[in-house]
Structures are given as structure tokens and as C-alpha cells.
Design a protein. Structure first.
Length: 308
């Protein structure tokens, strides 16, 4: 029996429930891994299908109209049934639940995944998980090649053929040795000065490096600046931190990575005025597939545990 026209895209109703739960279209958009304009367009599409406004929008957020509350109440059991259907189908694929292959960028692999994998063992105790780590470009390539069931990246770009969901946020930190002139003079470097400074950096393809370069270019879009070549290129966060501690030069690393050194006073964190160094950490998987079994469970754990 063909589905009624309004029932062909349950994701629209799922997004409406997220807006109701989170109180704003922006927060719901982040939870679903889409932009706010895209989420707003989907809500308008749903309102056109239903034929009446479903949300009251204001500067403080969004809430359901009376009609929206009715639609949300009717939609919830339908979506629950869809989840049950998915779980049933997944049970038929039990032969594939015994092994989970995860590929993650270094920041996620070192500072977030360990606690997520501990939580996964309570949900899927029989699952054997194999983890490989690399830069974001390498992780994306492994997922596209079918060498990993689920990937986690920190880079801003995403190759065609992959779907992403934001699981956490991270902030990049400019760090120097206490003896560095910026730290001694307690001076905040400007964006152009940072761009022109040779840094100790990760290799090309690193999500951290890509995020920093994109942030600088976004800030200096109207006044183009030339990015200095790296002072050193190292593939290990630990090696970069050691080089900075020795006073070789500055570096920009994940804030997760430098917590011990900042607490011990071996590194100093500097603020760059007006430069947004926040970045999204995302789970990725092939567009034509949906995470199943342990991959789906790990994704759910990451979404619950992340700082989105």
C-alpha cells in the first residue's frame, strides 16, 4: 500500500520533535547535523504539507503552536515505531554485530573515544572494536573505502559521499612556552601576526591545521593575508607539545590536548582577539548507509556525551 504523501519523509517530523525538545531551530539543526537555514526550510516544508503553522518563532527561540502540539503528539508513536522497525531489521543482521571498525582523527581518538568505547561495552559487551587513527583526510578515505564502519573527524571539509553528524565541539588553543616573547610580555597576537608566524604544525590533511587555516582566511577575507609556511611539520600531538615546551616555536592545538601542560605551567595559552577557533567534531559514515548495530550504538553514545 503506497504511503500517504505527507508520510514519505519522517525526518521532517523528527526535526519538529527536536525543535520542541530543544527550544530552538538552531539547536535542533545542530543536533541533526544540518545548517539552521536548512532546518528552517524543512520546517516550512512540513508546515506546507500540513497546511498550518506548527511553530511560533521569536528572538528567544521557537515553540509549538496548538496545531504543532497535535502533530508532534501524533508523530511521536510513528517515529517510535520506525525506530522499532529499524531495531528489528538490525537484529536480522546480527552476524555483522560482532566486530566494529572505527577510524578517528587524533584528537577524538586520544581524548574522547576512550570513554565512549567504555560506555559501548556496557551496551554491546560481546562486540570487538578495532580502532585506527590518522588525520581527518585519512579517516574520511577509510570510511569511503569501506575500511571503517564509523569515522570521527575534526576537519571542516567533507568529501562527497559521506554523511556527518556533529557529536561535540572543540576549541583550538594557541600555546607557547613560558619563555616566549608573547608570554613574557603578556601580549595578545593579532590575527595577521599569527598568520605570518611560522608555527609548529601537523601535516597537511590534519583537521586541526585545516580548521586554523580556514578560521584565519574567514577573518581576513576582506584583507587577504599570506599564511606563513610551518616551522616544523609533525604527525604527533605529543611531539608538537614537546617542541613548544622546548621553546622552538608556537603551535595551535586542541584545547583537550593541552590541559595537563597548562595546569603544570609548562605551556601558556594565548587568546587571539576576534579569531573564532571553535570547531565541530563530527561522526561520518557513507551517505548510502545508516549506522547499524554497534556503530549506531557508538554514535548514540557520542551524541549523548559530546559537548554540543
Amino acid at each position: 500500500m503506497p504511503l500517504p504523501p505527507r508520510m514519505t519523509d519522517l525526518a521532517l517530523f523528527d526535526l519538529l520533535l527536536s525543535v520542541a525538545e530543544l527550544g530552538s531551530i538552531g539547536r535542533a539543526a545542530r543536533a541533526h547535523g544540518v545548517s539552521q537555514p536548512a532546518a528552517s526550510a524543512r520546517i516550512r516544508q512540513l508546515e506546507n504539507l500540513v497546511g498550518t503553522p506548527l511553530l511560533e518563532r521569536s528572538a528567544r527561540g521557537a515553540r509549538l503552536t496548538a496545531a504543532g502540539k497535535l502533530v508532534a503528539g501524533w508523530a511521536r508513536p510513528v517515529l517510535d515505531a520506525a525506530i522499532d522497525l529499524e531495531a528489528g531489521i538490525d537484529a536480522l543482521r546480527a552476524d555483522r554485530r560482532g566486530h566494529l571498525r572505527v577510524s578517528a582523527s587524533l584528537t577524538v581518538a586520544e581524548y574522547l573515544l576512550p570513554k565512549w568505547l567504555v560506555a559501548l561495552r556496557t551496551v554491546d559487551p560481546a562486540t570487538v572494536t578495532s580502532l585506527t587513527s590518522g588525520n581527518s583526510t585519512e579517516v574520511a578515505a577509510q570510511v569511503l573505502a569501506g575500511q571503517a564502519d564509523l569515522g570521527f573527524v575534526e576537519g571542516p571539509g567533507l568529501p562527497e559521499g559521506l554523511q556527518a553528524r556533529e557529536v561535540a565541539r572543540d576549541e583550538l588553543a594557541l600555546v607557547v612556552a613560558p619563555s616566549h616573547p608573547w608570554a613574557v610580555r603578556r601580549r595578545k597576537p593579532r590575527v595577521a601576526e599569527l598568520a605570518g608566524t611560522a608555527l609548529i604544525s601537523r601535516e597537511p590533511g590534519s583537521g586541526t591545521r585545516q580548521a586554523l587555516e580556514r578560521a584565519i582566511r574567514a577573518y581576513t577575507e576582506s584583507v587577504p593575508v599570506e599564511l606563513a609556511a610551518p616551522l616544523l611539520e609533525l604527525s604527533s600531538t605529543t611531539a608538537i607539545k614537546a617542541a613548544v615546551v622546548e621553546g622552538i616555536g608556537p603551535a595551535v592545538l586542541s584545547a583537550y590536548a593541552v590541559v595537563p601542560e597548562l595546569a603544570a605551567g609548562t605551556l601558556v595559552r594565548l587568546v587571539v582577539p576576534d579569531l573564532d577557533l571553535t570547531r565541530r567534531l563530527r561522526a561520518i559514515w557513507p551517505t548510502a548507509q545508516t549506522p547499524r548495530g554497534p556503530a549506531r550504538d557508538l554514535l548514540a553514545i557520542a551524541l549523548r556525551s559530546g559537548s554540543v
